[in-house]
Design a protein. Structure first.
Length: 348
């Protein structure tokens, strides 16, 4: 068990700050064992207008051949500097064993911020899709012109902060000043437990730092229909990897999303992933004894999932052929939740 003391010692201070210039570094933290998300992230962010983008840093939580190959495929047509950052040796050895998404994400952010040569960074989420080509540029300009330390695209999901009079920005697709992030000990950017307002609370990535920042320097500008975000996809995958006993209830269809994306977009070997096939996932429809289970009561969640999936499949990073393949692959799920479920539920 690796405790809080280890992370406080490991990330006690930042390395020397590189010379910086005005603009932003795009940080792309990705799961190394799910390289399909890197292919998609680079396809999505390649379409962003790079006016003020100083560099793009891909930061995997573990280095794999799939990650290296994805960066090499993207580099010849990439606008500007595209680098692949490796975590330091302790994290390369430790994080794959822990399978802790919060620790992974914190280490990836620290590595990216340590190397950033720009006034700002933009944290791109692996399971987020931008539908407008100037989203990053506009968010960066808003943060710069308003002299904000942090600008998010949505407020914190944790109501505890609002109950204490704080409005925080969620970390995904966050734009932040590099010097603001470096003003706190690196370990404070990792999710951790700490005391505030006389209470013990779990602080998600960057939340402790935001709690110790004047509220007027934190902003939220929601992009609405300009993005599609599935939320907690990688966290669910890590939880599935740690799951050892009984069926796994994929009630938000995050494992299904990963498998569909692998089968449609992976440029390597789709069988190399530690995830059931679409056929195996489909076997869990209504079967409580399957490895991965999908219940009739999940119908509303499926409708939301299907709508978001359609939105990204309609994006410019895919093709009509891929859209057709996705529709065919999901036939069993569509039938189960759009036709069978209402009748079944009405009889319960």
């Amino acid at each position: 068990m690796v405790g809080a003391q280890y992370w406080r010692r490991r990330y006690a201070a930042w390395p020397a700050r590189p010379a910086q210039r005005e603009g932003y570094t795009l940080l792309v933290p990705v799961p190394g064992d799910l390289p399909v998300f890197l292919d998609l992230s680079l396809a999505v962010t390649a379409l962003q207008r790079p006016t003020s983008r100083v560099a793009t840093y891909v930061v995997p939580d573990q280095m794999t051949a799939g990650v290296r190959d994805a960066v090499e495929r993207a580099r010849p047509t990439w606008h500007g500097d595209l680098q692949l950052l490796s975590l330091d040796l302790p994290e390369r050895l430790l994080l794959p064993r822990l399978k802790d998404p919060g620790r992974n994400h914190g280490a990836q952010i620290i590595a990216g911020v340590s190397a950033a040569r720009s006034s700002h960074v933009v944290l791109h989420d692996a399971d987020l899709f931008l539908l407008q080509p100037d989203a990053h540029q506009r968010q960066y300009e808003r943060a710069r012109d308003a002299d904000l330390d942090v600008l998010g695209v949505s407020p914190s999901w944790d109501a505890w902060y609002g109950e204490h009079g704080l409005r925080l920005a969620a970390t995904w697709e966050m734009t932040a000043r590099t010097d603001w992030l470096r003003a706190f000990a690196p370990h404070r950017l990792i999710g951790h437990d700490a005391d505030l307002f006389g209470e013990r609370h779990t602080f998600d990535t960057t939340f402790w730092a935001q709690c110790h920042t004047p509220q007027e320097r934190i902003g939220v500008h929601q992009l609405g229909a300009d993005l599609v975000h599935f939320n907690y996809v990688i966290s669910t995958y890590r939880r599935y990897q740690r799951h050892t006993a009984g069926p796994f209830h994929d009630n938000q269809f995050r494992l299904l999303l990963i498998r569909v994306l692998i089968d449609l977009f992976d440029r390597g070997d789709p069988t190399a992933y530690t995830l059931p096939s679409l056929t195996e996932l489909g076997a869990g429809l209504g079967d409580p004894g399957a490895q991965v289970v999908y219940e009739p009561a999940d119908a509303a969640a499926y409708q939301g999932f299907r709508g978001r999936l359609t939105a990204i499949l309609d994006g410019p990073w895919t093709t009509p052929e891929r859209r057709a393949r996705a529709a065919e692959a999901l036939t069993a799920f569509d039938r189960f939740y759009r036709e069978d479920v209402p009748d079944r539920l009405s009889r319960q």
